[in-house]
Design a protein around this ligand. Structure first.
Ligand SMILES: [Zn+2]
Length: 491
C-alpha cells in the first residue's frame, strides 16, 4: 500500500495587514518551513503534529509513505495567489510523478484564504482529486480552527479535526487519519460523511476544550463516537478572524457505510451547540483591572492572556498596551513574552549586555495594537532565541524567535524578539533564564494555547480585553462577506 502525504498549512487572519508570501512559508520562526520529499520524514518524525502521526502510523501498520511537500507559515494576512499556486503546483506535480498511489493523506489547517480563494483547502482537495481521480481515498486532518465548508466536506473522503484546544492531539489525530485511510484502502471500512454548518462565531477562549462549555461539548461528541458505525466526529470551533462566507463552527461525522447515521449524528452535534449557545458568551477583563488585582493578590503566577495580539492567530505580536499598563501600574516580578521588534533588538544588541538605554518598542506594524512605547531600561541578556517546546503542545518542535533580548524596565521584564511565534511553551521563558514560577505576573501573547503548559503552574489565568485583530470578542469586527444571520452578531 502506497500512501502519498503532504500538507500546505496556513491560518489566515483577513484583518491582518499585508499579504503572506512564499518567503513566509519558506522562512519563518518555529517550524522547518518548506519540506520536500524525504525531508518531511526526516524533520517531522516524532513531532507532535499531524504528519508526525502519519509517519508513526505508517511505520506501525507497515504501509509505504510517498512524501510530497509539507509547508507551514505563521498565521498572518491573506496569502498571495502566486505563492499559493507555486505551493499547490509543487504538491500536485510530485503527486502526479508518484502515481500510482492507493490514497492521499493531507495535513491541512482549514482556514487558509488566498487573494482569489476564500476556501483554499477546497481548492487543494479539488486539485489533488483531479490528479488521483474519483476512486482513490483522500483523507485530510484539520485544525480545530478550521472553517469547514460544504465543499471541503464533499470533496474529501474523510476529514479528521483536532479534538483539543490547546492542540495537544495533533499526532494522535494524524495517526487516526492514517489508520482510517489504510482501513479504507483495504476495504475494511467505507466512510460516508455527514456535515452541518453551525451558525455560531466563537471567540477563541470559549473554544478551549479544557474548560466548559467546549469541554462539555466534546464530552458529548465522545459519547456519540461510541455509537456503532460511527468512525469519527470532528467538531470545529472555526476561525472567526476571517471575513469569509463560511467562517464559524461546523461538524463533520464519518460513519461506516451509513450516510443517514452520519447526517443524523452531525445534526445532533449542531443542535447541541445551538442549544448551549448562551454558555459561549465571552467575558474579558480590562487590562488595568487584571493587573491591579494581580498586584493586590501578591501571589502568582497570574497569567494575563493578551489574546488580541496573538501571533498564533495572525496578530503582529508587537502590541504595547499590556506592557504600558504594567509599567504604569509599577508592577514588579512581571514578564511580557514577547514583543517582536527587530529594530529595537538591533539597538539593544549594539548597546550590549549590561547597558542602560532608551528604546522605542513595538506598535510599528499597525495602529491597532497600541502606540510605540519609549522607555528606558537595562539590557540584561541576549540569546539566539532558539528553544524546543517541552510542554504537551507541538512537543519537540523547535522555535526560532531570532535574536532575543531581555530588557528590564523597573520591575517589568520584556522579551524583545526578531520574529513572531506564539509563546505557549514555558521554554520560551526558561530559555532566557526566567523561571515562570517565580514571577507574579506573566503576560503572554497567546489566546488559549499557553494553557497546555501553564494551567498547572498558574494560580490564576485572565483573558484580557486589549485592542487588536485577534480580540476574542467577535461582535467588534465589521464583517462584510460572512453569511448572516450568525450568532452572536445576530441574536
Ligand atoms: Zn488552531
Amino acid at each position: 500500500m502506497r500512501i502519498a502525504i503532504g500538507g500546505i498549512s496556513h491560518e489566515t487572519n483577513t484583518f491582518a495587514q499585508g499579504l503572506t508570501s512564499l518567503e513566509d512559508f519558506k522562512r519563518q520562526g518555529g517550524f522547518p518551513g518548506l519540506l520536500v520529499g524525504d525531508e518531511i520524514i526526516e524533520h517531522l518524525r516524532g513531532k507532535n503534529i499531524d504528519t508526525g502521526g502519519f509517519i508513526d502510523a505508517a511505520e506501525a501498520i507497515g504501509f509505504e509513505l510517498v512524501p510530497l511537500i509539507w509547508t507551514f507559515a505563521q498565521p498572518s494576512g491573506i496569502v498571495q495567489q502566486e505563492a499559493y499556486e507555486e505551493l499547490i503546483n509543487l504538491l500536485t506535480q510530485r503527486l502526479e510523478q508518484a502515481k500510482p498511489v492507493d490514497g492521499v493523506l493531507l495535513d491541512l489547517h482549514g482556514a487558509m484564504v488566498t487573494e482569489e480563494l476564500e476556501d483554499a483547502e477546497e481548492n487543494i482537495l479539488d486539485r489533488v482529486r483531479a490528479v488521483v481521480g474519483p476512486d482513490i481515498p483522500i483523507v485530510a486532518t484539520l485544525d480545530l480552527h478550521a472553517n469547514i465548508t460544504p465543499a471541503m466536506a464533499a470533496v474529501a473522503d474523510t476529514l479528521v479535526g483536532y479534538d483539543t484546544y490547546p492542540h495537544v492531539d495533533c499526532a494522535e489525530r494524524g495517526e487516526e487519519a492514517a489508520r482510517l485511510i489504510a482501513d479504507t484502502v483495504e476495504g475494511r471500512v467505507h466512510p460516508t460523511t455527514g456535515y452541518r454548518q453551525i451558525d455560531m462565531l466563537l471567540g477563541p477562549p470559549k473554544q478551549c476544550t479544557l474548560i466548559s462549555p467546549m469541554r462539555d461539548a466534546f464530552d458529548f461528541v465522545r459519547e456519540l463516537e461510541q455509537r456503532p458505525g460511527i468512525l469519527d466526529i470532528t467538531l470545529s470551533g472555526g476561525f472567526p478572524f476571517a471575513d469569509i462566507r463560511h467562517a464559524g463552527a461546523s461538524v463533520v461525522v464519518n460513519a461506516d457505510d451509513a450516510p443517514a447515521l452520519a447526517q443524523k449524528t452531525a445534526d445532533e452535534v449542531a443542535d447541541y451547540m445551538w442549544q448551549h449557545r448562551e454558555e459561549f458568551r465571552l467575558e474579558l477583563t480590562p487590562v488595568r483591572q487584571a493587573i491591579d488585582d494581580a498586584i493586590a493578590a501578591e501571589r502568582g503566577p497570574v497569567v494575563l492572556a493578551d489574546g488580541s495580539d496573538n501571533p498564533g492567530g495572525g496578530a503582529p505580536c508587537d502590541g504595547t498596551v499590556m506592557l504600558r499598563e504594567l509599567i504604569d501600574a509599577n508592577a514588579s516580578r512581571a514578564v511580557v513574552a514577547h514583543i517582536c521588534d527587530p529594530g529595537a533588538v538591533a539597538e539593544a544588541v549594539a548597546a550590549g549586555v549590561g547597558s542602560d538605554i532608551t528604546l522605542t518598542i513595538g506598535g510599528k506594524t499597525d495602529s491597532l495594537h497600541g502606540d510605540p512605547l519609549t522607555v528606558s531600561g537595562h539590557v540584561r541578556l541576549i540569546s539566539d532565541g532558539i528553544y524546543h517546546n517541552q510542554g504537551p503542545m507541538m512537543t519537540n518542535m523547535p522555535v526560532h524567535l531570532g535574536r532575543t533580548v531581555v530588557f528590564v524596565i523597573g520591575g517589568v521584564e520584556v522579551l524583545l524578539t526578531e520574529r513572531r511565534a506564539q509563546p505557549f511553551d514555558r521554554q520560551c521563558l526558561y530559555s532566557v533564564a526566567i523561571d515562570p514560577s517565580e514571577r507574579l505576573i506573566i503576560g503572554l501573547k497567546s489566546a488559549v494555547h499557553f494553557r497546555a503548559d501553564y494551567a498547572h503552574v498558574a494560580r490564576k489565568i485572565v483573558d484580557l480585553d486589549t485592542p487588536g485583530i485577534h480580540n476574542p470578542d467577535v461582535t467588534r469586527y465589521e464583517y462584510k462577506r460572512l453569511r448572516r444571520p450568525i450568532w452572536p452578531l445576530d441574536e
